[in-house]
Write a protein that binds this ligand. Sequence first.
Ligand code: BTN
Length: 333
Amino acid sequence: MTLSGKRQALLVALRSRTGQWVSGEELSGGLGISRAAISKHIATIKAAGYAIASAPGKGYRLTSGPDRLLPEEILFGLKTAFMGKAGIVHHPLIDSTNTQARALARTGAPEGTLVVAETQSAGRGRKGRSWMASTGEGLLVSLILRPAMEPSRAALITLMTAVSVAEALIEETGIDARIKWPNDILVGRKKMAGILTEMSMELDAVDYVIVGLGLNVNTPLASFHSDIRDIATSVMAESSAPFSRVALLQAILLKFETHYETLTQKGPESILVRWKALSDIVGRRVRVSMMREEIEGRVIDIDADGVLLIDNAPGEPLRILSGDITYLDGESD
Ligand code: BTN
């Protein structure tokens, strides 16, 4: 349920004084509506999952909100200038937030529009894989971007997203999150998040980019499908406590916006420095599995377009745009 108009204003008023009593008189004066209307709106807000106590002579007191990715929850305290501010579409259940975001982008939705879901029936991963998450346990989000950038540089957006997610996880939860090229966030050897970047281009320009993020937040290990239980993890599993999905999303959006502005206005240098610091791939021997072939070699670097440079024979390094990596020296994935 999405709250609108006066209800939204009422919620903001209560939330700004969470845990404290606010009189019906003050609310009704502030919002310019009757006490009876306040009481009606309170009932609707409670039905959306907010815990609000009421007492004669004291008024109303908000004690907690729903653990749902509702627009009003995300917007409250969101410190970005435009990421998430251009519009948030929340779905209790959708096929895929990326598919939905693409449909919105095609009909002109502005940059910064965010699509979120509590669960997906056809969540998509890279290379035709699926992404599964039980209701209310993870972050399933897609952002619409319209970068003034050559399509050949779009891989940088995936790297930038990975940096944003890893930094937000480290700062908000203390978890030692690392990036595995190009789009996985690992903790130790286990995957906590994946990124699916999809682009639409016209001639030589990017029309829109959809950045989809699946992050396991409050997923108990037992919830993971048996196929991935040994290789998947969540914030809760790593920190032994549930975490606010909304707080994490807000932190990710803020990091994302900062890095996105740097990338589009100043270029990729500082993102690549951060990416290399958070990834442990440079210098390692790897196997890269691509669509039609597999190669082995040592990673020399990531270039200014986000392409992986691999030394596997004398001469020019191989440029790898997309593939799956297996570490060959020491740790395996
Ligand atoms: C991967 O690791 O292969 C990428 C996984 C990306 C999953 C997210 S969940 C939200 C968004 N919607 C989708 O259908 N996919 C992405």
